[in-house]
Design a protein around this ligand. Structure first.
Ligand code: PLP
Length: 391
């Protein structure tokens, strides 16, 4: 029987009833501007500050180190551009990041190159990991910032951030991590990681779209990113997205409280799915199995087109992705799959499934029942498969 199975939680997640309930009063009853001095304004300010404490508590940070933004992309732009512009005055103009970062980072780095900054893009291993030895080789006296993502959005690999941050600090550079795919899914403790800045985004863990945050350690001050009013200590102007900020605070609190239990259950479902799908011939798992987000699997099926697979899955009621949400719609193979050394034609036949705590065992059974016949059907029509199947 046909079901609806949402397996694209790395693209976005639904707002949960608890989050919506927390948000609703801040849209219609307590709609005050947090900067106003009368009582509904002061109440709104209290709500923003409570959410700031909730985000700080989830990350083991101080509330004064959390700045709300409009999304993960904004936090990434701010961390990179704000830090590089701050350091430029002191003569440090070198940035290090990695080839498989999200475009929020890669395109910010490109924009900085156009402004005259120098950028080194570290390679990744075939397992999808940044090797600390590569950072050691690339880091220089004029390196101002190192930015390496905590978890990759396409292949789910989790990076050795503590080790990488220690190298950056030993050379006097700041360290930023894009933790958009990690927060709410694995433990994220800024002290254990040793990072100076961290980006997160609400819609990846059941807060609404359009709200995120930048953690910036006390004393680390990237240049002001949004000029205007005095919001966010004058560092990020603009009237606060009150209800969404409240939603972000609630969502991160809920996610953190149930983390251990969810991780165990989601990992077990992910592994069952990987083991079943890998039974198909000429199929590979992309990215380290060991250093991997609980909910991510990314599999290449040789001899088929990912786009056709997605359309067939959609007809069967399954939402999935063939690359990151941002690159679908383009025919270029994923830069992440290229970075781990896949051939174009193999990268094109890739499927990303991303689970959440709302995923059920029945959903997994359904995916396991649907994917193999669809892959076999597409291969049966494929002239490429005919050539490679017996190799
Ligand atoms: N960084 C990573 C790793 C992501 O996966 C995403 C979203 O897909 C972003 C940044 C951008 O976040 P947002 O959608 O909030 O702008």
């Amino acid at each position: 029987e046909k079901r609806f199975v949402y397996a694209d939680n790395a693209a976005t997640t639904p707002v949960t009833p608890a989050v919506l309930e927390a948000m609703t009063p801040w849209l219609m009853e307590n709609y005050g501007n947090p900067s106003s001095i009368y009582s509904i304004g002061r109440t709104a300010r209290t709500a923003v500050e409570k959410a700031r404490r909730q985000v700080a508590a989830a990350l083991n940070a101080e509330p004064g180190e959390i700045y709300f933004t409009s999304c993960g992309t904004e936090a990434d732009n701010w961390a990179l551009k704000g830090s590089m512009r701050r350091w430029a005055a002191k003569g440090k103009k070198h940035l290090i990041t990695a080839v498989f970062e999200h475009h929020a980072i890669l395109h910010s780095a490109r924009a900085l190159e156009k402004e005259g900054f120098e950028v080194t893009y570290l390679p990744v291993t075939p397992e999808g990991l940044v090797d600390p030895a590569e950072l050691e080789k690339a880091i220089r006296e004029d390196t101002a910032l190192v930015s390496i993502m905590l978890a990759n959005n396409e292949i789910g690999t989790v990076q050795p951030i503590a080790e990488l941050a220690a190298i950056a600090h030993a050379h006097g550079a700041w360290f930023h991590t894009d933790a958009v795919q990690a927060v709410g899914h694995i433990p994220v403790d800024i002290k254990a990681l040793g990072v100076d800045m961290l980006s997160l985004s609400g819609h990846k863990f059941h807060a609404p779209k359009g709200v995120g945050a930048l953690y910036a350690k006390k004393g680390i001050l990237p240049d002001i990113f949004m000029d205007g009013g005095a919001q966010e200590k004058g560092r990020r102007a603009g009237t606060e997205n009150l209800a969404s900020i409240v939603g972000l605070g609630e969502a991160i609190t809920v996610a953190t409280a149930s983390l251990e239990e969810n991780m165990a259950r989601i990992t077990a479902m992910r592994d069952r799915l990987i083991d079943s799908l890998l039974r198909l011939p000429k199929t590979r798992l992309n990215g380290s199995r060991e250093h991997r987000l609980p909910g991510n699997l990314n599999i290449s099926f040789e001899g088929i087109e990912g786009e056709s697979l997605l359309l067939r899955l959609d007809m069967a009621g399954i939402c999935a992705s063939s690359g990151s949400a941002c690159t679908s719609g383009s025919l270029d193979p994923s830069h992440v799959l290229m970075a781990i050394g896949l051939k174009h034609e193999v990268a094109h036949g890739s499927l990303r499934l991303s689970l959440s705590e709302l995923t059920t065992e029945e959903d997994i059974d359904y995916i396991i029942a649907q994917v193999p016949p669809i892959v076999e059907g597409l291969r049966a029509m494929s002239p490429v498969w005919e050539k490679i199947k017996d190799l």
